[in-house]
Unconditional design. Structure first.
Length: 261
């Protein structure tokens, strides 16, 4: 049995707010305070340290193409903040855009045990997962972005059946192995490509003629039926990703041909 003694414990679920006390661990689990005859195999003195459940960062950019672009554009950041290999840890570098090993070590030092990448492009999902897999010591997950997805906008513009939209969202979650869908700035990034510098909630996209409000209203159904439970009837595809759903794809909308929604 392991005894963690003299730590300052924070456990809101059990009403413990900064009490200095001992914890006992057996078989990888915290157990009740044992009797006086219990055998203590190891002790760790945590005096002056905080003991708490692992923190979770629900929004942190730690993987994907944007991180590698940032690293490529910030060589001075790497030169100014080298991290030598020591104590069994790998070397790394970077402050604003640290390397994968350094990212994991710094999160662990701050008491984090899980981190979530909030902006994974489905097309870059394999790269994102491989990069996050290289980050040590913390659990990882990612949210897929569909706010400016071309196929999604084409479905909205063509008035596609809600069931097809649900299937596409479910397929995206399954194929990209995402934990959730990130809903942010609907259509905004796509509109920027058409030289639109801002997109108000009721302003139509310059090409698809879909407003952010319309995007959000059509989005609600996949959220309530919950798309991550939908397992599309797919055939195996290259790279191990499932095939696309089979309903007819909506036609590519001609510029300004679709009425404003």
């Amino acid at each position: 049995m392991l005894r963690l003694k003299n730590g300052r414990i924070y456990d809101p679920a059990n009403g413990i707010d900064g009490e200095v006390r001992d914890l006992y661990v057996e078989g990888g689990r915290i157990v009740a305070t044992p009797g006086p005859d219990a055998r203590i195999d190891r002790e760790i003195d945590l005096a002056g340290r905080v003991v708490m459940g692992g923190a979770i960062d629900l929004h942190t950019h730690i993987g994907g193409g944007k991180m590698n672009i940032a690293r490529a554009l910030l060589p001075e950041d790497h030169r100014a903040d080298p991290v030598p290999a020591m104590g069994g840890m790998h070397a790394g570098c970077g402050h604003a855009a640290p390397s994968t090993w350094t990212t994991g070590y710094r999160y662990a030092e701050m008491g984090y045990t899980a981190c979530f990448e909030p902006a994974m492009q489905p097309i870059n999902a394999r790269h994102t997962h491989l990069e996050m897999g290289d980050i040590p010591m913390v659990d990882k997950g990612a949210y897929a972005m569909l706010g400016s997805d071309d196929f999604f906008l084409r479905m909205l513009a063509s008035g596609a059946d809600q069931r097809l939209i649900n299937d596409y969202v479910g397929w995206t979650l399954d194929a990209s192995q995402a934990m959730a869908i990130k809903v942010v700035n609907p259509g905004g990034i796509s509109a920027f490509k058409f030289n639109t510098r801002s997109l108000d909630i009721d302003e139509a996209h310059p090409h698809y003629r879909v407003t952010p409000d319309r995007w959000c209203r059509r989005w609600r159904a996949p959220c309530t039926t919950w798309a991550w439970r939908i397992r599309c009837m797919c055939t195996p595809a290259i790279w191990g990703f499932p095939a696309m759903p089979t309903p007819p794809w909506p036609p590519w909308p001609r510029r300004r041909a679709c009425p404003s929604i």
